[in-house]
Design a protein around this ligand. Structure first.
Ligand SMILES: Cc1cc2nc3c(=O)[nH]c(=O)nc-3n(C[C@H](O)[C@H](O)[C@H](O)COP(=O)(O)OP(=O)(O)OC[C@H]3O[C@@H](n4cnc5c(N)ncnc54)[C@H](O)[C@@H]3O)c2cc1C
Length: 379
């Protein structure tokens, strides 16, 4: 007789132990959720995406331990922690930020089931919750928070021949590349970071961008951060770099021993090495893709509680949250939404929400989703 499968029963499963998943978990812990009511699944280690960053890459948003003045460190995921304080740095590397996340998990006693990937999810029927398969585990739960991030889904479909390029997320050390001339496609944060690091290590680079970042806004989701703008400006006097900010890539193809990058208006650049693709990441919700419906711009529709509009009790946390016109793609933005799914979970599990007041004072409770719309920055 086949043995009966072991089923782990819990209330909440959070998928991903990055800033979004751990931020929600830390809040639930502060609200009094019991250990057996929460499972955090992580397919790698805590902070896996950050551990995969190229070693020279840094957080572009600065960290500063100003929490006591209700101006919480921009990269903190709880009001009472600060990456600047723990690392003694303003711009942490991926490894340093992963270490901060690990400290947060330990401090709030969040148990993370590492090296365990969520493979599939199915509904158990109306009001019966969900069945999740993750490696050897079968889990039954009521609530799911998808916090799987974006790093694992490089955008490799932006132009024809993109498969011939190397996505920047696949490069662990810039100076492991053979010396010579590289073409970097995409002049936003990652493209400028790649160019800056390559040029500083003695490589020649042609940086191609579609037309410069929009300058009619100061929202860092739509315009270069000051950190990157400063680096870009320093490149203007550097040797070995060319910058074409009017180059919309249409096609990459192989020619002899190298590659030709073509623009939509017929310009061409040759490089002996696979071009470096810095065009960002796709919107990919993994095994929960079909549990959401999508806006015309590809972002999932969510309720005011960041719940799927298709499936009850399935929530989204992290950089793929888009409440028109507010893009929540930075840590200091999406952390303001940790309370949204937690409020729904709290009402069902009778958790204590008094901590929300502290989050509000710390600027970590974003309820006005039109906040950026009318905001002006006079100088
Ligand atoms: C180069 C670069 C620089 C950046 N700089 C900044 C910055 O300065 N400031 C800022 O605010 N943001 C920055 N970002 C964006 C920031 O890194 C992301 O917004 C942030 O990591 C998103 O957090 P997350 O928890 O949603 O995702 P992640 O940190 O990617 O965490 C998701 C986790 O989920 C796990 N996972 C995925 N799928 C599964 C599955 N099926 N089962 C189990 N586990 C799974 C992954 O292994 C990962 O650990 C930067 C991003 C990049 C790429």
């Amino acid at each position: 007789m086949p043995s009966e499968k072991q089923i782990t029963k819990t209330e909440v499963v959070i998928v991903g132990a990055g800033p979004a998943g751990l931020g929600c978990a830390a809040l639930l812990k502060q609200m009094g959720i019991e250990d057996q009511e929460l499972i955090v699944l992580e397919r790698g280690e805590i902070g896996e995406s950050f551990l995969r960053w190229p070693k020279t890459m840094r957080l572009i948003t600065p960290s500063f331990p100003s929490n006591g003045y209700h101006q919480t460190d921009l990269n903190a995921i709880t009001p009472d922690t600060s990456p600047a304080f723990s690392a003694g740095k303003e711009h942490l590397s991926g490894e340093e930020y992963a270490k901060y996340l690990d400290m947060v998990a330990k401090h709030y006693k969040i148990k993370v089931t590492t090296n365990t990937q969520l493979d599939s999810v199915s509904s158990r029927g109306p009001n019966k919750g969900y069945e999740l398969l993750a490696g050897e585990l079968t889990i039954h739960c009521k609530f799911i928070i998808w916090a799987g991030g974006e790093f694992q889904s490089p955008n490799t479909a932006g132009f024809s021949g993109a498969e011939l390029c190397v996505h920047n997320s696949k490069i662990s050390e810039w100076d492991q590349l053979s010396k010579g001339h590289y073409v970097v496609i995409g002049g936003y944060e990652s493209g400028v970071d790649a160019t800056f690091n390559l040029v500083n290590k003695g490589y020649e680079v042609t940086l191609l961008d579609i037309g410069g970042a929009q300058q009619d806004t100061f929202d860092p989701s739509r315009v270069l951060s000051p950190y990157t703008a400063e680096r870009l400006s320093s490149l203007s006097s550097a040797e070995g770099v060319e910058y074409d900010d009017d180059f919309e890539v249409s096609n990459v193809y192989q020619q002899g021993d190298g590659y030709v990058v073509q623009s939509t208006d017929g310009k061409e650049v040759f490089t002996p090495f696979p071009p470096i693709n810095c065009t960002g990441f796709e919107i990919d919700l993994g095994p929960l893709t079909d549990f959401f419906v999508y806006q015309d711009n590809g972002y999932p529709w969510v309720s005011p509680f960041d719940e799927s509009t298709k499936m009850r009790n399935v929530f989204l946390a992290g950089p793929r949250l888009y409440h028109d016109p507010t893009l929540l793609c930075f840590i200091y933005k999406f952390r303001g939404r940790f309370a949204a799914p937690c409020a729904v979970i709290a009402s069902e599990l009778e958790l204590d929400t008094s901590i929300f007041k502290h989050y509000k004072q710390a600027g970590m409770l974003l309820q006005d989703l039109d906040c950026c719309k009318e905001q002006e920055c006079f100088c």
